[in-house]
Ligand binder design. Structure first.
Ligand SMILES: [Fe+2]
Length: 562
């Protein structure tokens, strides 16, 4: 064997050239666990190196840093001691080399202080992980929408099926972190808040397997990629597991549940699939109850993957075999509603749907009764139909709106969406979209934004103190309907004692608005409006006339006869 003799300088040159040229970022950077005083920055390199993040108020020349000396390709650096609601620029690399920095796209904004009432915007996507053109269109429609008022979301919120088909690491790379059709560039400055779907769980514990791995020790790509706050460090009760978790963001308490934790082994069946008993419990349900009991936040938002209510193709009925959807309805919803959760975000059915303000349906459609509709209007504040969540009184905390946002790259063919608790939905071969939610003080606004850039649905929830219905803005004795029963029309008389915005609607006994009879400002006085009963949709039966005067609501029954 011929010996080679290399000088020390040659060896050093080769070593440095090899060391520096081999280090390339192949994922990220991306942001996790965004808090008021801390954040986690993650990235992946193609070779082992230590980790360092420089951060500060300027692009490219910051001296503050946090680091880790352990050589790794999966870099994870937590920044602490940050100031709430502050924009920081950052760079990533090693102690000796900046791999990405001096870049206006590399920044993050810390969360508001927990006592702050700062407006919050978040962007909800579900069933999105294809790396496809529809996914790009949904992303771009969001970007165009938020560019209108230069108000990007504080974070992206996932409702599962993040990476089709099996949630493998390469599928996350091409269907989530890719920059062309996915979110790779957005993640440089927008954290994502994750929950998994059944497709993601295929690489962790596939139900079809069936899943018989203790959730306490489950591992896999989704769990390796996400880095949520699981120790209660951002508020909420510690779950100690990435499977489910909670955190506070301003006035909002967020709860990420896991609808995929089903098993034929009872001890591992944490979601309660095939168990519709009201006494079912599990480590996840016990944690959920403790977490709900502990939070004092004004707003409560829960999210998971498998929707409890769907009006398309009986998706959440027994005939569908979607047992995990039933399990969430049986075991999540009663707890969430008991503690006044305002909004539930899910996916799984490949459409957009959303409910009225409801309470108490933990069964199939056959178990529905009209009393479960807390507010059967459309939720449009401009029409005086915002959903009111009372903060005290007999209706304190009652009512939840359920949203299915499962078409951020997947779609169902058209078929009618009918379910007694669903107000509206959209599904067709080319119907894709996402949901944008704004929370500001006592007000929550939801918008469903199609991939075509059109807001197709919206609703508002308002937090209000209960003032009772005894205040005589509308005099009880003056609210009369005659004749009653009636055939073609009836006269509605009422008196108003001071100026107010009056809305009068005809409702089915299930609370659905059938016709709007009047809407407008009125002075104090006596009024008489004609109620036409010979309109479409008004067949023989019992109805309600709802009179709303600046939020004070009174009802009269009317019977329509043939
Ligand atoms: Fe799914």
């Amino acid at each position: 064997m011929k010996k080679m003799h290399l000088s020390l300088s040659t060896i050093l040159f080769v070593f440095l050239a090899e060391f520096s040229s081999a280090q390339t970022i192949i994922r990220g950077p991306y942001l996790q666990s965004q808090g008021p005083n801390s954040i986690i920055i993650r990235w992946r390199t193609d070779s082992l190196t230590d980790s360092r993040v420089y951060y500060g108020s300027t692009i490219g020349s910051n001296t503050l840093f946090a680091d880790s000396a352990t050589p790794t390709t999966e870099h994870r650096v937590r920044l602490n001691g940050l100031t709430p609601l502050t924009k920081y620029f950052y760079s990533v690399g090693s102690a000796t080399q900046t791999l990405r920095g001096n870049d206006p796209l590399l920044f993050f904004k810390t969360a508001p202080d927990s006592s702050s009432h700062t407006p919050v915007r978040f962007w909800v996507i579900g069933d999105f992980g294809h790396g496809s053109t529809p996914q790009k269109q949904v992303r771009d429609s969001y970007l165009q929408y938020v560019a209108q008022d230069n108000n990007p979301a504080d974070f992206q919120l996932w409702v599962g099926d993040d990476a089709y088909t099996d949630g493998t690491d390469p599928q996350y790379q091409t269907n989530v972190f890719d920059t062309t059709n996915c979110y790779g560039n957005l993640f440089l400055n927008m954290p994502f808040v994750p929950t998994p779907g059944n497709h993601d769980w295929n690489s962790i514990c596939n139900w079809q397997g069936p899943c018989n791995i203790d959730p306490n020790v489950q591992t896999g790509p989704y769990l390796n990629i996400v880095d949520p706050p699981i120790e209660g460090e951002l508020g909420g009760v510690a779950s100690h597991l990435k499977l489910f978790y909670s955190f506070d963001y301003g006035d909002i308490h967020f709860i990420s549940l896991n609808s995929e934790l089903g098993s034929t082994t009872p001890a591992y069946n944490w979601v309660g699939v095939f168990d519709n008993t009201t006494t079912f419990t599990s480590p996840m349900i016990n944690w959920l109850r403790a977490d709900l009991a502990a939070t004092t936040k004004k707003w409560k938002v829960a999210f998971w993957h498998q929707c409890p209510y769907s009006g398309q193709d009986n998706f959440t009925e027994l005939s569908s075999g979607q047992f995990f959807t039933f399990a969430t309805r049986d075991h999540f919803n009663p707890n969430l509603e008991q503690y006044g959760v305002d909004l539930v975000l899910t996916g799984h059915d490949h459409n957009y749907q959303r409910s009225y303000l409801i309470n108490g349906l933990y069964d199939f459609k056959a178990g529905f009764t009209p009393s479960m509709i807390v507010n059967g209007g459309n939720g449009d504040d401009a029409q005086g139909q915002a959903y009111i969540k009372y903060t005290n009184g007999p209706l304190a905390g009652k009512g939840t709106v359920y949203v299915v946002e499962g078409n951020s790259s997947e779609g169902n063919s058209y078929s009618p969406i009918t379910h007694p608790v669903i107000y509206w939905g959209e599904a067709c071969d080319t119907c894709y979209g996402s949901t944008i939610i704004d929370v500001n003080g006592d007000r929550l606004d939801e918008k469903y934004l199609s991939s075509r850039g059109v807001v197709m649905d919206h609703f508002t929830i308002l937090k209000q103190a209960w003032t009772g219905i005894d205040e005589e803005l509308i005099t009880n004795s003056g609210f009369q309907v005659y004749p009653n029963p009636a055939v073609d029309e009836a006269e509605v008389k009422y008196s108003i004692t001071r100026n107010c915005f009056v809305m009068m609607d005809l409702l089915g006994i299930d609370g659905r608005v059938i016709h709007s009879l009047f809407s407008g400002e009125r002075q104090p006085g006596d009024y008489s409006d004609v109620l036409k009963l010979d309109k479409s949709g008004v067949s023989a039966g019992t109805y309600l006339i709802r009179l709303n005067c600046n939020g004070e609501v009174k009802y009269r029954k009317i019977v329509k006869m043939n």
